[in-house]
Design a protein around this ligand. Structure first.
Ligand SMILES: [Zn+2]
Length: 398
């Protein structure tokens, strides 16, 4: 138990307010402790708020349904005191009843828990891990845009996580740990000190791999990027989530391949080292990324020749598949089906999603039809307001 408490504390220490995030969902009140659980609001439990009354309570572990009952269609308190309250405690009863006034228990529902960190939905490990990653991973790194990419293997994601936290064993890190190294110079170019940025991005032997990769994806490089790392980050910072995910996956494979290459150079005997340095690892990057991504992206079968000659077509296919599913939902007037697609709820998430493919240009018309259709069917007025705000605020709609 103490261990769980510490884990909660460790998560809180990241600024997440984890331990305060679980709240009671009130149903019939048959499982909720009236005095001892925080079920009413964010304030203290009633035993702390009304200690004089709690002292007089005959059953300190009573449930909400024992103390708040419906009689003749009206909800009222049902107290059981050890001694009839008098004086100030009578005033406490009035105050407590004023708080409870208007409460109607939902007899056809269940008592449960809601988790305030995910829009009051149920707790999910996936969402929590995203929250933790967003606090741990430093901004501007390769892991930030899509923290965990399930289109590439776990080991590749873990390697990226280690890069982001700068804990890969490059020569500068080994030296910092007090281990004697023969030289701090980069094993590829032998002209600069090896650290994460140099060996994975800036080394003049490594940059051509990234540039070939950009060229492969038809990505035009801006003439004066603030840094090469920022250029790589912009390669997968697309509005379209599929394009962002696939380019991020490819980038992770490039990192992985460069590090493997670097290790092979280090572990090769000096006579044949130059041959390994002169290798072109770009074809390996294409093969590995094809194998990994095509096996893990279940939605479509990949074709090798498309992959190496015009990979963006694969993304277009994914977007097309989304649109036909969505159109099907709209045509059938199945609001739930349309909004549930991809696990996305109605609201800004859904809108961002529609916006993401409309940003590709040709889908703007489809996005407009969807909004026209979805707007009148929206059940919550607050959602309509957010839809309108989004439509008029975002340049993609024009
Ligand atoms: Zn170098």
């Amino acid at each position: 138990m103490a261990e769980h408490f510490n884990i909660g504390g460790a998560i809180d220490a990241l600024g997440i307010s984890f331990r305060q995030s679980f709240k009671r969902k009130v149903g019939p009140g048959s499982e909720i402790g009236f005095w001892t659980e925080k079920w009413f609001d964010d304030g203290p439990c009633f035993n702390e708020k009304f200690p004089r009354l709690f002292a007089l309570e005959s059953n300190k572990n009573c449930f909400l349904q024992d103390r708040w009952v419906s009689l003749d269609g009206e909800w009222r308190a049902n107290w059981e005191w050890r001694i009839q309250p008098r004086g100030r405690t009578e005033g406490d009863i009035t105050n407590l009843e004023n708080i409870l006034n208007g409460l109607a228990l939902k007899m056809d529902d269940n008592d449960g828990w809601i988790w305030s960190l995910d829009n009051n939905k149920g707790f999910s490990v996936n969402h929590l891990s995203k929250l933790i990653d967003s606090r741990i991973l430093s901004p501007g790194c390769l892991g930030r845009v899509v923290n965990w990419n399930n289109w590439v293997p776990r080991k590749v994601n873990i390697f990226n996580w280690r890069v982001v936290n700068d804990i890969i064993p490059h020569l500068s890190n080994i030296y910092k740990r007090g281990i004697d190294v023969h030289s701090l110079l980069c094993p590829l170019c032998d002209s600069d000190i090896e650290d994460s940025n140099h060996i994975l991005f800036n080394c003049h032997k490594v940059k051509p791999m990234w540039l070939k990769c950009f060229d492969w994806w038809n990505y035009s490089v801006s003439a004066h990027p603030p840094s090469f790392v920022s250029l790589v980050s912009s390669f997968f910072s697309h509005n379209n989530k599929w394009l962002a995910k696939i380019c991020h996956g490819v980038s992770l494979v490039v990192l992985w391949a460069i590090w493997r290459w670097r290790n092979r150079i280090i572990h090769t005997v000096s006579d044949s080292r130059q041959a390994v340095i002169d290798e072109d690892i770009f074809p390996q990057i294409q093969i590995l990324s094809f194998l990994w991504i095509s096996n893990r992206c279940k939605r479509l079968g990949f074709n090798w020749s498309t992959w190496i000659s015009c990979p963006w077509e694969i993304v277009e296919d994914l977007i097309n598949a989304d649109i036909s599913e969505l159109k099907f939902g709209v045509e059938k007037k199945l609001f739930h089906q349309a909004t549930k697609l991809g696990g996305l709820g109605f609201g800004k998430f859904f809108l961002s999603w529609v916006a993401s493919f409309s940003a590709m240009g040709r889908w703007a018309g489809v996005a407009k039809c969807l909004f026209d259709w979805l707007l009148p069917t929206s059940r919550a007025h607050s959602s309509i307001a957010s839809v309108q705000e989004f439509i008029y605020a975002e340049p993609w709609y024009i």
